[in-house]
Write a protein that binds this ligand. Structure first.
Ligand SMILES: [Zn+2]
Length: 284
């Protein structure tokens, strides 16, 4: 009896001890979850603030750049240029051609306000945008919705390339897709592919080596790789060409739409039927 009581007491103590331990574990898990959740919220908030800040600073920069320029507005597009340029007349024709061509892939999109800013030299273009004008000749900025060009290097296919960035951006806003989830190589590939309808600089060219697509996700990675001599724009162009050959033009929209609910590379695999690592082996 005594023993049993003793045993029960002992058992009770063990249970109590276990219970306390469980509660302690629960508390630990709760605290851990709390830390994780607050970190995620914090990261999300930082990302949001960073984006918001860069949108504000991009818009501020654009205002400074264009304040002494002449301007012309037509529909949703405002053209800014340093002096009277005959070329504005032609740009308008090119724009309607680019809108038609890019609509082949993205369909009708809402016409968000777009600024087209032309610099009088490649030097001032590079200096103002903080890029090397030898490797970057034009730019589209999603934060201020502006295409930046230089009169010295202006070519219709460059405008088509940048306009396609704007078109993809508009498509993503319409469909509530976060464009920052789309790897840069994919965006550049589509722009290169659409503009190749007007001037195919890659005709007859073959790819010498392949960089891992997953290492070309950000603007920094892509530009750095390009400046090291890797033909990553051509590689991205070939990827888009291949996707369209195998799965049709609709695949571009399908990949973007699937990225709404999953990681880009999962969306890619779902639509193309191959992992990016296996797909890239087909390009050479
Ligand atoms: Zn581009």
């Amino acid at each position: 009896m005594t023993q049993q009581i003793h045993f029960n007491d002992y058992k009770g103590d063990t249970m109590k001890f276990l219970e306390t331990k469980t509660n302690f574990n629960k508390l630990k898990i709760f605290l851990l979850v709390l830390v994780i959740v607050s970190s995620i919220v914090n990261i999300g908030l930082n990302f949001y603030l960073k984006n918001k800040e860069s949108t504000q600073s991009s818009l501020k920069r654009m205002k400074t750049i264009t304040q002494d320029m002449k301007s012309q507005k037509e529909d949703n597009i405002t053209y800014y240029y340093p002096k009277d340029l005959e070329i504005i007349k032609y740009l308008k024709t090119f724009i309607s051609r680019d809108e038609n061509e890019s609509s082949e892939y993205f369909g009708k999109t809402y016409k968000y306000p777009l600024s087209i800013i032309i610099f009088d030299s490649s030097n001032s273009f590079g200096k103002t945008l903080n890029v090397n004008p030898k490797s970057v000749m034009s730019e589209y900025n999603t934060n201020d919705k502006a295409i930046y060009l230089s009169i010295e290097t202006l070519a219709p296919y460059l405008l088509a390339h940048e306009y396609t960035h704007y078109k993809m951006d508009s498509f993503c806003i319409d469909k509530k897709i976060d464009i920052f989830k789309i790897p840069l190589w994919f965006q550049e590939g589509v722009s290169e592919y659409v503009s190749s309808a007007f001037y195919n600089k890659y005709k007859g060219k073959s790819l010498q080596e392949i960089q891992n697509f997953k290492k070309l996700d950000s603007n920094k990675e892509l530009v750095e790789s390009f400046e090291k001599g890797h033909d990553v724009y051509f590689q991205s162009y070939l990827a888009i060409k291949k996707i369209i050959e195998v799965k049709g033009e609709g695949a571009i929209q399908d990949i973007l739409i699937n990225t709404k609910s999953m990681n880009f590379y999962n969306a890619f695999e779902k639509v193309v039927g191959l992992r990016i690592e296996d797909f890239q082996k087909m390009l050479k």
